[in-house]
Design a protein around this ligand. Structure first.
Ligand SMILES: [Zn+2]
Length: 157
């Protein structure tokens, strides 16, 4: 019930400060409701095949085509939120989507998608804000690539 009121709150937000407060509030709820004692077990090969069949071998988030030996079985209800180890709690996803989805709550994912779609429109209209978002985002991505390159080089040594 608490989460439903948070969604209503999203619709009633009137200031940027309100949005920031909502995002912090959703994070706090996720962290306080975190379940740590659910046993993690791996899916069998047959179970993974059936999970992949659910979407005809496409990522359930972005829709990209997946290979049978290269996909993630994504918890629909996050493991950290008490999501159980059962086939009906899994959908196939690509590595990128699975990593970005992390263990955010559904409410957090909705806010993230809304923010992302809105930011994309700002980038496309090439407003000052859009250009700033684009520049900061690319800088951030380049920094991540450098870090990955750095850690890959360390492994080779
Ligand atoms: Zn994907």
């Amino acid at each position: 019930m608490k989460k439903l009121s948070e969604l209503k709150l999203l619709q009633s937000i009137k200031t940027g400060k309100g949005l920031i407060k909502l995002i912090f509030s959703l994070r706090t709820i996720r962290r306080t409701e975190k379940v740590t004692d659910v046993k993690r077990t791996a899916l069998t090969k047959k179970q993974r095949e059936r999970v992949l069949e659910k979407t005809d071998a496409h990522c359930h988030i972005c829709g990209i085509k997946l290979e049978p030996n290269d996909f993630h079985a994504d918890h629909v209800k996050p493991h950290s939120a008490g999501g159980i180890h059962a086939e009906n709690n899994y959908l196939p996803s690509c590595a990128i989507c699975n990593k970005l989805r992390w263990h955010y709550s559904p409410e957090e994912i909705q806010v993230i998608l809304k923010l992302g779609v809105w930011a994309k429109t700002k980038v496309l209209d090439e407003s000052d804000l859009g250009v700033a978002i684009a520049n900061h985002f690319v800088k951030h991505e380049m920094s991540l690539r450098q870090k990955r390159k750095g850690s890959a080089n360390k492994k080779e040594v």
